[in-house]
Design a protein. Sequence first.
Length: 331
Amino acid sequence: MTVGEAQTGARGAQALPERSSVGLVAVIVAATKGEPRALTIRVPDQAPGRGDGLPAGPLVPEHATLERGLRAWVERQTHQRLGYVEQLYTFGDRDRSGSSDMSGVHSLSVAYLALVREERPAGLAEAAWQNWYRYLPYEDFRQGRPPQLDAIEPRLAAWAAEPADCATRTRRLDRLGLTFGMNGGTWNEERVLERYELLFEAGLIPEARGNAGPAVPNDPAGVPMAFDHRRVLATAIGRLRGKIKYRPVVFELMPPAFTLLQLQRTVEALSGTQLHKQNFRRLVAQQGLVEETEAITSGTAGRPARLVRFRREVLLERPAPGLRLPSRRVG
């Protein structure tokens, strides 16, 4: 992915250095009012990969480390200061950037994941928080089976039926069962990247055509992103969905004190699942993840609820404190 000349994230920002063969990309995640949010920037229309993008920029000599370079680009483009970040993945595939650049440079993109509490971007009009299901709407099962799948699945079935040889058709059908839960398969919420990659391979998203041309209105596969940033976002969502099962990372997105319902809505938002209220509360209690505070909610129409907080002692008590989520069939 070549992001050097396009990813300033704002009009009037100072010119970027010459393009680097190493790009840095940040997936910055927050959960606000029960919705999963990613911090995005607007990539200029004249750029090779236009539209919504993630904060990104090239590694340049003044960056002592990859992480320092990432933080510098994020602060310049969004005025968001990052706390803990973790390296997500290194993308090195040729011709996956959606760029019209034909230089033949085989670039690397190093992606990072950061969990924050949402703040209004203090700097640039092009920086905005977006619900991540804007880009991957078929991943959201909170209200039941996403209607987008009714449009996507026939296209995938047609793609699987294309090859002349039986072995290839069988392999494609098996992949549809493994990723999209078709043909009696089970939907695994962690396979976000695999589903995106299959849509890419089947040519069902604009990124497969190099981001050439406008997005399809109301595309059931979601709004495309500049470069390969939707692929990076899919990777981050899958990673985070896996981590909440064995690490208490969800509490990085919660305020210091919160209700159990707020916690449930946040877990549902990240996982794209609908959870049974009593079963969820029983699981939280069994895991010993929270403790009550003296405070209760006030000023709401409903019954006041006790506020709780994350019990950090759980990190010392066992190696994998997390929240198990149910599997599901989509047929």
